[in-house]
Ligand binder design. Structure first.
Ligand code: G3H
Ligand code: 13P
Ligand code: ZN
Length: 317
């Protein structure tokens, strides 16, 4: 199977009360761990690439690795794994165009830092080009806190999505899905210790009421798996107070209008925790394959858990 857009995935997810995992990819081991989990669980998959990932690994390497994952799924499992390749947080028309021209099947244009009018104008421009090329577009309204491509959006600068804006935004831009801000945030420090994690489900419900059947996206949705935070802290790392979104809240979102759940930090934690532990236990080893192998295995394990216990998209491919 060739790469697919997210259109069919989102329609089935919306109707079926589950969500598709959108996992950030930066190298071969991460791509392999994620896709092996998706193959085993027969789960549709979105692999997303940030502009930072593109700078780190180069567009062509990531595309070829993703193509290899599709071929591997066919050959080793006899299974057509539907994969959508998505640009995460595109911030300019030129970046979106370059990813569309380079074979991505979905792009996000994140105009959330602009005024409502400028966000509409930019998003509309990307949608026109993308749709002409058979590519789908995710827009964003509202602003998440946290680290995003080296820019730290403070809690004060973050803002919830205003439900009264969503119909006009979707109608005027023609976007295919919409990311909203309901209290999730990027990175590993989403809530303060002692603070009760809360998401604004009232905003999500109102958005869903105003946009019936329309796929909603949740960014900043890592649960900051404590097993890996502990592994990091017990092996020389220093990530005190790393706290994520409780899994039951993500499940609740997935049952409703949220069709795409973005996960990056949990992949980073699984990889870093595993490698730190490996180094602590094997100070004499220096072959990268020795520590990248368990890192890839733990990414696979973690993604399988997300697919089955959080997203509910197992068996849906
Ligand atoms: O939302 C941001 C993603 O976690 C991507 O992070 O820009 O550091 O690759 P990055
Ligand atoms: P996390 O930092 O919670 O993994 O969010 C990732 C994300 O939203 C990528 O766009
Ligand atoms: Zn994001």
């Amino acid at each position: 199977m060739a790469l697919v857009t997210s259109t069919e995935m989102f329609k089935k997810a919306y109707d079926g009360g589950y969500a598709i995992g959108a996992f950030n990819v930066n190298n071969m081991e991460i791509i392999q761990g994620i896709t092996e989990a998706a193959i085993e669980e027969k789960a549709p998959l979105i692999l997303q690439v940030s502009s930072g990932a593109r700078k780190y690994a180069k567009h062509v390497y990531l595309m070829k690795l993703i193509e290899a994952a599709i071929i591997d799924a066919e050959q080793s499992a006899g299974f057509d794994l539907p994969i959508c390749v998505h640009l995460d947080h595109g911030d300019t028309f030129e970046l979106c165009k370059s990813c569309i021209d380079g074979g991505f099947t979905s792009v996000m244009i994140d105009g959330s830092k602009h005024s409502f009018e400028d966000n509409i104008a930019l998003t509309k421009q990307v949608v026109a080009y993308a749709h002409d090329h058979g590519v789908v577009v995710e827009g964003e309204l509202g602003r998440l806190a946290g680290i995003e491509d080296k820019v730290n959006v403070s809690a004060e600068d973050a803002s919830y999505t205003r439900p009264e804006e969503v119909e006009e935004f979707v109608t005027k831009t023609g976007v295919d899905s919409l990311a909203i801000a309901i209290g999730t945030s990027h990175g590993a420090y989403k809530f303060k210790p002692g603070q009760k994690p809360q998401l604004r489900f009232d905003i999500l419900d109102e958005v869903a009421r105003r946009l019936p059947g329309f796929p909603i996206v949740l960014h900043g949705a890592s649960s900051v798996v404590q097993e890996y935070v502990r592994m990091i802290n017990e092996n020389g790392g220093k990530m005190p107070d790393a706290i994520g979104i409780p899994e039951d809240m993500l499940r609740q979102a997935a049952r409703g209008a949220v069709c795409k759940i973005n996960i990056d930090s949990d992949l980073r934690l699984a990889m870093t925790g595993t490698i730190r532990q490996y180094f602590a236990e094997h100070p004499d080893h220096f072959d990268p394959r020795q520590y990248l192998k368990p890192a890839r295995e733990n990414i696979k394990k973690m993604v399988q858990h997300k697919i089955v216990d959080v997203l509910g998209c197992n068996g849906k491919a």
